[in-house]
Structure formats: structure tokens, C-alpha cells
Write a protein that binds this ligand. Structure first.
Ligand SMILES: *Cc1c(COP(=O)(O)O)cnc(C)c1O
Length: 383
């Protein structure tokens, strides 16, 4: 069955093969060796042999795909990206001894804005740089200008801003800036879309529902030396050291989410791994940005060196070149209705910025972007 293309920012499109396999295994999970369990994955004890094998395979596949070094722990948690905005400071603010813990934040869009605000509950959350201008968030301030607090326990960035479409194409090298604090990245919306340079990272976190699987699972990848510094108020279930020591089973983990993400990891391996998927993602994004830049109806104002490959906001313009932010504007409404009829779903922009947004996660094939571009060109010709 050819389904419509789904450009949702999250929860987002999943590969059809993965959904079909999950459907086939819904009532009776069969091990890779062909042994029927007689149970669906949701019904299994997280401590039983069958689920442990699913968990171990998922972890090993993710470690291989993202080339996660052995001195990093992979944790499968709950609470999503927003809970990590509290869990990270509760675990890392105490890295530097002192009564007055601090961390530094680079704000490049809505998600990092939320992170700095939440961290302020647990210590001094310091702004190192902000990309906000009168035009909104359309660039990343040069790392050489960042004002990192000398006593910062860590430095936080959102490596892909899902709402504003601003992505770090390369991660900052804090050591080259004379800073030995670990870098924390919120990679919720571009995890597994490209390789990660772990030599620059202390901790990475992301909700699964953008690019890995269903909502309810949160991925944390953390360097071992950062474990064991949680503030006394940190809930035990969110203390990375305890979670790691219990192989993400200090409490019941999101078992079905881990299973689904595991199917996605196997699908990614069949696609040729992260390098192959990155090449595909570059081609997809290029196609859409080129179509936007060549048209006189559509615009995207993010600077070329930090345009997101995953989340591409764009605006229709009126005859004076004014961006039409309001989703209810007749031209926007016509664009969305026509897209829906053409099998192009969930293109409405985030309510805080308006306009349109196409999210081109791993599960969106090049064909889907070609169909979108063809629709956009036809709409421009006829409106
Ligand atoms: C979606 C998103 C979040 C929030 O995730 P929740 O699972 O809703 O908590 C945080 N950061 C980024 C970059 C996101 O895209």
C-alpha cells in the first residue's frame, strides 16, 4: 500500500517496513532464531529472556550505527526531551564542587530557550550566546563569541532546533575554545540522521518520537566519567548512575518503545547505516531548499550554513513579499488543503512561528520530497 507522505515534526513518520513487522509480531513475537514466544512484546516481563534479547540487540545496533565509544553508556529512559531539561542539570550541575552550581547555554531557538529556563531551577543557568534577532532565530552565533561561565559544569546546545530549522552542521569544539567542561547536546530531532563526533560530546539526549520510534522513549548517551554527580534532590529513577548500573532497568523501561526503536535500528542498517542515510538526507534537504530559493512564492530565511536538514520551515509570501505567518490566511489554507488532497500530510508550521514546515526525517524517502516540490511548483503556477 502506498501511504501518503507524512511531514510531521513529531511524533513522525515511521518506515512502513517497521510498522508491518511490528504488526506481524503483535500477538506472538518470534525470536531471530525462529522460536515463538507466544506473547506480544508489550506483554513480556522486562526481566525475561525474550525482552532482554530485544533490549541487548537494540543497544548493540544503536552503538554500532552511531559508533558510540565504549566509555559512553547508552540509557533508555522516559520523560522526553523536556524532562531531560531538568534531569541533565540534576545530574551534571554538581560536576564542579561548590555551593553555587552553574551551566552555560547557547540559545538558538525555542528548545534551547526552554532548556536554559528549566535549568535555572537547579543552579545558575547562564546565557553564553543567543541567536535571537529581530528576524527571529536564523543563525548560530560564532563559537568564538560565546561567553562561557568559567565555573560552568557543562555547556548546553540544541544541535537541531526543530521549530526554527537551525542546525549545527558541525559540533563546537569546546576544548579549542579553552573550555574543559563537557558539551551537552539535545539531538532529539536529528539523532541518527548523521554521524556524531563523540570526541566533542559529554552527553547527548533525545526523545524518540522524531527519528527513532514512538513517543515515550528517551535516549541518553553519556560519558562514564559524568556519572555519579547527581544533586541530592535528583529522583533515583532519573539518576544516570543508577540507571546505567541497572542497564536502564532500575524501573520498568518503555519496553515497547525500545522494541520499536530496535526495529528502526535494523531498518537503518539495511539502508546502509548512518553514512548512507546522511547522504540521502543531504540530497533531500538540498532539493527542497533549492525549490524554495528558486521560487518567488516561498521563503526560508535561515542562514545557509545552519539550515536544518531535518526540519525546514518555509513561508508563502503575498504580492509585496510579506511572509504570510497566519495559518488561517486563505493562501495558507489553500496550500494545506491542496497538499492534503495530494497525499502530503502535516505541513502546517509550528504555532509559535506560523507558515509551513516540512520535516524530512529518515523515514521520508527522496520520492516524498520530489512529490512535495512538484506540488509546491504546481501551487505557485496556479496561485
Ligand atoms: C520535540 C523536542 C523536544 C521535546 O520533546 P518531548 O518529548 O516533547 O519532551 C525537546 N527538544 C527538541 C530539540 C525537540 O525537537
Amino acid at each position: 500500500m502506498q501511504r501518503p507522505y507524512n511531514f510531521s515534526a513529531g511524533p513522525a513518520a515511521m518506515p512502513a517496513e517497521v510498522l508491518e513487522q511490528a504488526a506481524a509480531e503483535m500477538l506472538n513475537w518470534i525470536s531471530p532464531a525462529g522460536v515463538a514466544s507466544g506473547m506480544g512484546v508489550m506483554e513480556m516481563s522486562h526481566r525475561g529472556k525474550a525482552f532482554i534479547s530485544i533490549y541487548e540487540q537494540a543497544e548493540a545496533d544503536l552503538r554500532e550505527l552511531l559508533a558510540v565509544p565504549s566509555h559512553f553508556k547508552i540509557l533508555f529512559m522516559q520523560g522526553g526531551g523536556l524532562a531531560e531539561n531538568a534531569i541533565v542539570p540534576m545530574n551534571l550541575m554538581g560536576l564542579r564542587a561548590g555551593q553555587n552550581p552553574a551551566a552555560s547555554f547557547v540559545v538558538t531557538g525555542s528548545w534551547s530557550e526552554k532548556s536554559v529556563k528549566e535549568a535555572g531551577k537547579y543552579g545558575r543557568a547562564m546565557l553564553a550566546a543567543s541567536g535571537k534577532t529581530d528576524a527571529g532565530y536564523t543563525h548560530i552565533p560564532a563559537a568564538s563569541t560565546w561567553q562561557i561561565a568559567p565555573d560552568a559544569s557543562y555547556v548546553h546546545i540544541c544541535s537541531n532546533e526543530t521549530i526554527h530549522g537551525v542546525e549545527f552542521h558541525t559540533l563546537p569544539d569546546l576544548q579549542a575554545l579553552g573550555c574543559d567542561a563537557p558539551l551537552v547536546i539535545d539531538f532529539s530531532s536529528h539523532v541518527a540522521s548523521r554521524p556524531v563526533d563523540w570526541s566533542k560530546v559529554g552527553l547527548a539526549f533525545g526523545g524518540a518520537q522524531k527519528n527513532l520510534g514512538p513517543a515515550g522513549l528517551t535516549l541518553v548517551v553519556v560519558r562514564e566519567d559524568l556519572l555519579g554527580h547527581a544533586l541530592p534532590i535528583c529522583p533515583s529513577a532519573f539518576d544516570y548512575k543508577l540507571v546505567a548500573a541497572n542497564h536502564s532497568m532500575y524501573n520498568t523501561p518503555p519496553t515497547y518503545g525500545i522494541y520499536m526503536a530496535g526495529l528502526v535500528f535494523q531498518w537503518l542498517k539495511r539502508q546502509g547505516g548512518i553514512a548512507a542515510i546522511e547522504a540521502r538526507n543531504i540530497a533531500k534537504a538540498q532539493l527542497l531548499y533549492d525549490a524554495i530559493d528558486r521560487s518567488s512564492l516561498y521563503s526560508n530565511t535561515v542562514q545557509a550554513d545552519c539550515r536544518s536538514r531535518m526540519n525546514i520551515p518555509f513561508f508563502l509570501q503575498d504580492e509585496h513579499g510579506q511572509a504570510l505567518l497566519d495559518a488561517e490566511h486563505p493562501l495558507n489554507a489553500a496550500f494545506l488543503a491542496g497538499a492534503q488532497a495530494a497525499g502530503l500530510l502535516q505541513l502546517k508550521g509550528h504555532k509559535s512561528v506560523g507558515g509551513m514546515r516540512a520535516s524530512l526525517y529518515n523515514a521520508i524517502p527522496l520520492d516524498g520530497v520530489q512529490a512535495l516540490v512538484a506540488y509546491m511548483q504546481e501551487f505557485e503556477r496556479t496561485h
